[in-house]
Design a protein around this ligand. Structure first.
Ligand code: HEC
Ligand SMILES: [Cu+2]
Length: 313
C-alpha cells in the first residue's frame, strides 16, 4: 500500500497494522456493496417489464440459504470488530516505562512539557524507538491531537486528561495537527513532530538550557499554592501524605476504591469534594480557576515522582 500515491508517511510501529485494518475494511465493504449492487442491477435488468425471461417456477425461500448467508456475514463483521478493538485496546494501554510528555491544547497551539522541564510550542521532539506516553489536556475548547504519520488521533476535552501512546520507528519530521474545529485559527493549529535518534535527542534536551525537572517545578508549586501546609507533617489540618499515593489504590469515603492515576490527582485538585479519601474530612479547597493546565501538569508530575513506581524520571 505504501507505493500508493498520496498515502501518508508511516512512522510508527503500528501504522502498518492500522493501514492493513483500514484496507481490509475497505475491501470487505467494497466487495459486499459491489455484490449487492451487481445483483440489484442484474435482476432489475433481467426481469424488467416486458423482458422475455422465464418467470415460471419461482424459487421458494430456503432457510438454509438464509441462515448460512446471515451467519457468514455476521462472522466476518464481528471478526472485524474484534480485530479493530484489539488494536484499539493496545493503543490505549501504554507500557509502564514509557517516556511521559504532557500536552496542553489551547486556541490555537499545542504546548508540550518534557519530564526534564523542557517546553515547546507546536513542536514535539521524541526519540526514535522509545515508547512515548502523552498525557493531554485542553485549556479551553475541544481539540484533537493528530499525527497522521503515527496514525494516532485523540480528542482532548476540557476538564479531563486523555492519554495515549506511540513508538515512532523512523527518524524524520512529521506534521501534527488539530483535527477538531476549534475556532478562527483552527487551520493553523499544528506544527511538527521531530523523531530523532537517541543521541541527538539527548543533545536536543541539553540544548534547551538547564531547566529544573517538571517534578521539581511541581514541588515548588506544591509549596507556593499551600498544598504542603496541609499535606506535609506538622500541618494544621489532617490530610493524607501524598508519598506513595500515585499508582496505588485509594479507598474513598463512599466505600469504592480507585487507582490514583493522573486523572484522579487532577480531579483531587480541581474538584476535591468529588472523590474524598476515606477517613478524612472534605476540607480541601478547590483550586479550579487558580491552577493553570501547565501548573497542573507540574503538580501531577511531582505527585507522580513521589509515588512508589516511577521515581522522578
Ligand atoms: C486545607 C488543607 C488542604 C490543602 C491546602 C490542600 N489539600 Fe489536598 N487534601 C486535603 C485533605 C483533607 C484531603 C483528603 C480528603 C479529600 O480527598 O478531599 C486531600 C486530598 C488530596 C489528594 C488525594 C489524596 C489521596 O490520598 O487520595 C490529592 C492528590 C491532593 N489532596 C493534592 C493537593 C494539592 C496538589 C494541593 C495544592 C494545590 C492540595 N492538595 C491542597 C487537604 C488539603
Ligand atoms: Cu484545536
Amino acid at each position: 500500500m505504501h507505493g500508493f500515491p498520496w498515502w501518508p508517511a508511516t512512522a510508527s510501529a503500528y501504522a502498518g497494522t492500522i493501514d492493513f485494518l483500514f484496507g481490509s475494511l475497505l475491501v470487505v465493504a467494497a466487495l459486499t456493496s459491489g455484490l449487492v449492487f451487481f445483483l440489484l442491477l442484474f435482476f432489475a435488468n433481467k426481469y424488467r417489464h416486458g423482458s422475455n425471461a422465464d418467470r415460471s417456477g419461482a424459487i421458494r425461500k430456503t432457510w438454509r440459504f438464509e441462515v448460512a448467508w446471515t451467519a457468514a456475514t455476521l462472522l466476518v463483521f464481528v471478526g472485524m470488530a474484534v480485530w479493530g478493538s484489539t488494536i484499539y485496546l493496545r493503543l490505549y494501554n501504554p507500557p509502564a516505562d514509557a517516556l511521559q510528555i504532557f500536552i496542553v491544547g489551547k486556541q490555537w497551539m499545542w504546548k508540550a512539557q518534557h519530564p526534564g522541564g523542557q517546553r515547546e510550542i507546536n513542536e514535539l521532539h521524541v526519540p526514535v524507538g522509545q515508547d512515548v506516553r502523552l498525557v493531554m489536556a485542553s485549556q479551553d475548547v475541544i481539540h484533537s491531537f493528530f499525527v497522521p504519520a503515527l496514525r494516532i488521533k485523540q480528542d482532548v476535552v476540557p476538564g479531563r486528561y486523555e492519554t495515549m501512546w506511540f513508538r515512532a520507528d523512523k527518524v524524520g519530521r512529521y506534521h501534527l495537527f488539530c483535527a477538531e474545529y476549534c475556532g478562527t485559527d483552527h487551520a493553523h493549529m499544528g506544527g511538527w513532530l521531530t523523531v530523532m535518534n537517541p543521541r541527538d535527542f539527548a543533545n536536543w534536551l541539553e540544548d534547551q538550557g538547564g531547566q529544573t525537572t517538571l517534578a521539581a517545578q511541581g514541588e515548588e508549586l506544591f509549596r507556593r499554592y499551600g498544598c504542603s501546609g496541609c499535606h506535609e507533617s506538622g500541618g494544621t489540618v489532617r490530610a493524607p501524605h501524598l508519598e506513595g499515593v500515585f499508582g496505588s489504590p485509594v479507598p474513598l469515603s463512599d466505600g469504592s476504591v480507585v487507582i490514583a492515576d493522573e486523572r484522579y490527582v487532577r480531579d483531587s485538585i480541581l474538584n476535591p469534594k468529588g472523590q474524598v479519601a476515606a477517613g478524612y474530612a472534605p476540607v480541601m479547597p478547590t483550586f479550579a480557576g487558580q491552577v493553570s493546565e501547565d501548573d497542573l501538569a507540574k503538580l501531577v508530575a511531582y505527585i507522580e515522582s513521589i509515588g512508589p513506581e516511577r521515581s522522578g524520571s
